[in-house]
Write a protein that binds this ligand. Structure first.
Ligand SMILES: [Zn+2]
Length: 346
C-alpha cells in the first residue's frame, strides 16, 4: 500500500514536470514569436520610410526656367519628362525689348537652373541674369558656339539669332545636356543621350532645309524681313537677307533705310516681303506702300517665326516645326506661289 502511494506521488511529480516543461516551451515560443513580429514590423517600417524618401527624391524633378520659347524647346528636347520647363517670355514676345516684371524675378530665383539664349538677345535682362547668377546656375546656349562661327553685329557684339542655322544651334546642345547631368546625377546619362539625339536631329534638319530652299531660283533668293533676324539663316542656306530694322528691334529704321529697301525691292522685282510673328508690321507695310508708289506691287509673303515659337499645338511650338513652317512660307513667297496661311498676327 505504501509502495503504491509512493509510486503514485512520483508519477504525479513526473506529470507536473512534463507540464512545467511544456508550459515553459510554450512561453518561450510565444515570446520569440512576439519579438520576431515586433522586429519584423520595425524593420519593415524603417525600410518603407527609407524607400519613400528615395522615391520622393527621384520624383523631385529639376525646375528649369528658360528666357525664350526657342530656348525652352531646346531644354525640353533634352530633359523630356524629367524636368519642368517654364519659358519666361510667352509665344510672340520680342526678347530684345522684354523687361522683367517682379514676378519674373521671383520665377527666376526659384529655378534650379536658368537657361538664356545669350549674345545680348535678352538685352534688358542682362543685369538681372548677372545678379541672379550668384545664387542660381545660369547658362546661355550661344556661349557654347565657337566665336569664329558667329556673325558680327557691330559695337563689339555678335548677332544673337543663331537658332536659324539649325547646324550651328546644335553646337549649343551638349553644354546644356552636361549642365543638367551635373545638377541631376541619377539621370545624367539620359540627358547626355537625349542631347546627342537632338543635336543629330538638328543636323539632319539643316540638310533638309538646305535641300528644300534650293528649289528657289537663284535670282529670287532675297528675303526682306521686319528686322535683321535671318542673317545666320541666309548664310547657312544661301539666301540674301535684308532686315528693315537692325539685328535688334531696339534700333529704329530710318527713312533712308526704308528708301534704300524700296529701291532694292523695285529694281530686283522681288515678288514678296515678309513680316515676323514677334515684330510689328509697321515698317513692312511702309515698304510695300513705297514700292507700290513706284509701280511695283510686292506681296506679303507671309509671317515668319523669328525670335519666338508659336503656342502649343500649333505645329510651330518647336524650333524644328517653326523652321519647317518658315521654309514653306519663304518658298511659297519667293517662287510667287500662293502664300501659306499666315500664323497668328501680333
Ligand atoms: Zn531678333
Amino acid at each position: 500500500m505504501r509502495t503504491t502511494f509512493v509510486s503514485a506521488a512520483v508519477g504525479m511529480i513526473d506529470a507536473l514536470m512534463v507540464l512545467a516543461t511544456l508550459w515553459a516551451t510554450l512561453w518561450a515560443t510565444l515570446w520569440a514569436t512576439l519579438w520576431a513580429t515586433l522586429l519584423a514590423t520595425l524593420l519593415a517600417t524603417l525600410l518603407a520610410t527609407l524607400w519613400a524618401g528615395e522615391s520622393a527624391a527621384a520624383d523631385r524633378r529639376l525646375h528649369v526656367v528658360a528666357t525664350t520659347t526657342v530656348v525652352a524647346d531646346l531644354v525640353r528636347q533634352i530633359g523630356g519628362d524629367r524636368l519642368t520647363v517654364d519659358s519666361l517670355m510667352a509665344a510672340g514676345i520680342d526678347p530684345h525689348s522684354y523687361k522683367a516684371t517682379p514676378r519674373d524675378a521671383d520665377r527666376l530665383a526659384r529655378a534650379d537652373l536658368v537657361v538664356a539664349s545669350g549674345l545680348h538677345l535678352e538685352g534688358k535682362l542682362a543685369d538681372l541674369l548677372e545678379r541672379l547668377s550668384r545664387r542660381v546656375p545660369v547658362i546661355a546656349v550661344a556661349d557654347a558656339i565657337p566665336a569664329g562661327r558667329l556673325l558680327d553685329a557691330g559695337a563689339g557684339l555678335h548677332d544673337p539669332h543663331v537658332w536659324f542655322d539649325a547646324g550651328l544651334w546644335s553646337l549649343g546642345v551638349p553644354a546644356v545636356a552636361e549642365k543638367l547631368a551635373k545638377l541631376d546625377p541619377p539621370h545624367a546619362e539620359a540627358y547626355r543621350e537625349a542631347g546627342r539625339a537632338y543635336a543629330e536631329r538638328l543636323v539632319a534638319l539643316d540638310g533638309e532645309l538646305r535641300e528644300s530652299l534650293a528649289e528657289i531660283p537663284l535670282e529670287r533668293r532675297v528675303m526682306v524681313t521686319a528686322h535683321d533676324a535671318f542673317r545666320y539663316f541666309g548664310r547657312a542656306y544661301g539666301i540674301e537677307v535684308v532686315g528693315i530694322q537692325g539685328t535688334s528691334t531696339e534700333a529704329e529704321a530710318g527713312l533712308g533705310d526704308l528708301n534704300r529697301l524700296v529701291d532694292l525691292v523695285v529694281t530686283r522685282k522681288l515678288p514678296a516681303v515678309f513680316v515676323e510673328t514677334s515684330v510689328s508690321d509697321r515698317n513692312v507695310t511702309a515698304l510695300r506702300e513705297g514700292a507700290r508708289a513706284r509701280g511695283h506691287a510686292v506681296a506679303l509673303g507671309g509671317r515668319l517665326y523669328s525670335d519666338s515659337l508659336d503656342t502649343p499645338g500649333s505645329g510651330a511650338d518647336s524650333l524644328e516645326g517653326a523652321l519647317r513652317a518658315n521654309v514653306a512660307t519663304i518658298i511659297a513667297g519667293l517662287t510667287g506661289e500662293q502664300t501659306s496661311p499666315a500664323p497668328r498676327s501680333k
